[in-house]
Design a protein around this ligand. Structure first.
Ligand SMILES: Cc1cc2nc3c(=O)[nH]c(=O)nc-3n(C[C@H](O)[C@H](O)[C@H](O)COP(=O)(O)OP(=O)(O)OC[C@H]3O[C@@H](n4cnc5c(N)ncnc54)[C@H](O)[C@@H]3O)c2cc1C
Length: 460
């Protein structure tokens, strides 16, 4: 059942979503052909097709588990590439509103690889599969269908060299993993199908990132310092060592609703200084910058509800950011792509994938991370959207839980398991967890948060 070993699949986009899909497709198809506009083979740095790749990227716990399942030994390969994995709770300094959530040993792995390093490792593993090939420097131009438009039978591509002609890549299955800018909605419309209903949560977010070489190590045994952006303290940051342990660090500052971290060095430093914890500013204020700050704007989280369509051509699937592009501050995107690869693997086990069933199964996997991040975004007063009573309650409760986690490591654990996409958000409502939140809520904080203390004492 479900063996497509005599056939070819074309995967549009050779980034995280495409690579993970290729891995599971390679078990079932004779040939898996990935197409990308970038040159990707052997590329270890940033690339044009993935401009977000130069900003902080962490793989949350569930994503790590799936990747290690697809590629046993990946952690060791990453270690060899200079990455130091650690505990998702105990080895990361998570701050909310200037206070550290008490660390615990969650047993969940965090991999602080940069995006290019992680992608390169996965690409190398996928390219080593004998039936996988990557067609690089090719623009994807459109789809090819049967005359009655009921089935997609290939894709049109064009080599990125002057004078080249469009070519047709025939395929028994086409997967669109071209990211957020996917043209499947427009292609569907042109073929006479409805576009998927689209949900948008406008956060008007920006990441601004700069790299430094530090003379002194501010991390100690920790892997990263992360002041989380919350409605009460909306400026956030991701600060961690770059692979290699040679004093180089990556600092991504984040700001929502138009409060974007500036790209001029003085403005960038001032934004770092305004964070509710002083650790990051102190570490970089006199450090050697390795580049200029670079900004990436993220206007809105977007979810395309393909599962709500009742007509869709056979032979075409969509996954990764092309289906759902999450607010990146919650670090869910790569894991959502990995979840998509599991849904695809399950579909392939059953036989030829049926798009509608695939999208419905995928939607079940995406519901939790989407509810978690889109719901949390609605906690920011300026974000447009319908705030149901459930969302308002959840946001008030999670804020309280996070504050309580600064005094109770078990609550940090509970939160980290949800943020790591191991447990569903509903797990935070377990009676034992709620009781702990209530108990801690009664203990009023007697000490000011560190940044507030600094301000009171007149320190920078
Ligand atoms: C600032 C920022 C920070 C993030 N941080 C995290 C994080 O910490 N953790 C996390 O899990 N996720 C994070 N994400 C999300 C993560 O980057 C995405 O979820 C992930 O890249 C999705 O992979 P994808 O393969 O679906 O799409 P993409 O990575 O966008 O890849 C699309 C690919 O398709 C190719 N392509 C597109 N159009 C064409 C065309 N017409 N012709 C040829 N090739 C084409 C591109 O070159 C590219 O290789 C972050 C995102 C942003 C914006």
């Amino acid at each position: 059942m479900g063996d497509h070993r005599t056939r070819r699949v074309v995967v549009l986009g050779a980034s995280m979503g495409g690579l993970l899909a290729a891995k599971v497709l390679a078990d079932r198809y004779t040939e898996v052909l990935l197409v990308d506009r970038d040159e990707v083979t052997g590329v270890s740095g940033y690339r044009q097709g993935v401009p977000h790749g130069r900003h902080a990227h962490g793989l949350v716990a569930r994503g790590y588990q799936i990747l290690e399942g697809h590629f046993p030994g990946l952690t060791e390969d990453l270690r060899a590439a200079g990455v130091t994995p650690g505990d998702f709770s105990g080895d990361i300094r998570w701050y909310v509103e200037g206070r550290r959530m008490l660390p615990s040993q969650s047993g969940l792995v965090s991999v602080p690889a940069t995006r290019p390093v992680l992608e390169q490792q996965i690409r190398a593993r996928v390219q080593a599969l004998p039936n996988v090939r990557i067609l690089e420097r090719h623009d994807i131009v459109g789809l090819v269908t049967t005359p009655d438009r009921s089935r997609v039978i290939g894709a049109r591509v064009q080599h990125r060299v002057e004078g080249s002609q469009e070519e047709v890549l025939n395929a028994d299955l086409v997967i669109d993993s071209t990211g957020r800018g996917s043209r499947t909605p427009a292609w569907l419309e042109a073929l006479g199908y409805p576009r998927p209903p689209e949900e948008r949560v406008k956060v008007d977010l920006a990441y601004t990132t700069r790299h430094y070489r530090l003379a002194e190590d501010p991390f100690g045994d920790d892997l990263a310092i992360i002041p989380a952006a919350t409605p009460a303290s909306p400026r956030g940051a991701f600060f961690y060592r770059l692979p290699g342990n040679d004093g180089r660090v990556e600092l991504s500052l984040t700001g929502v609703l138009g409060d974007h971290p500036p790209t001029d060095p003085a403005g960038f430093l001032a934004f770092a200084q305004s964070l509710p914890v002083p650790d990051i500013y102190r570490a970089v204020r006199d450090a050697e910058p390795l580049d200029d700050p670079v900004m990436f704007r993220f206007p809105a989280s977007v979810r395309r509800h393909y599962e709500r369509l009742d007509r869709f051509p056979a032979g075409l699937l969509v996954l990764g950011d092309a289906v759902c592009s999450f607010n990146p501050i919650y670090a869910q995107g790569m894991t959502a792509a990995a979840l998509g690869s599991l849904v695809l693997a399950e579909q392939l086990r059953r036989g030829e994938p049926d798009p509608i069933t695939f999208f419905r199964d995928l939607a079940v996997q995406l519901d939790s991370p989407w509810d978690f991040s889109a719901g949390a975004d609605l906690g920011f007063a300026g974000v447009e959207g319908r705030r149901t009573a459930k969302i308002r309650f959840a946001n008030a409760y999670v804020a309280r839980l996070q504050r309580a986690a600064t005094r109770d490591a078990r609550l940090t654990d509970a939160f980290i398991r949800v943020a790591g996409l191991i447990d569903p958000p509903s797990s935070l409502m377990r009676p034992t967890t709620m009781l702990r939140v209530l108990r801690q809520g009664r203990v009023r904080a007697t000490t000011p948060a560190p940044a507030a203390a600094d301000r009171l004492l007149g320190r920078a």
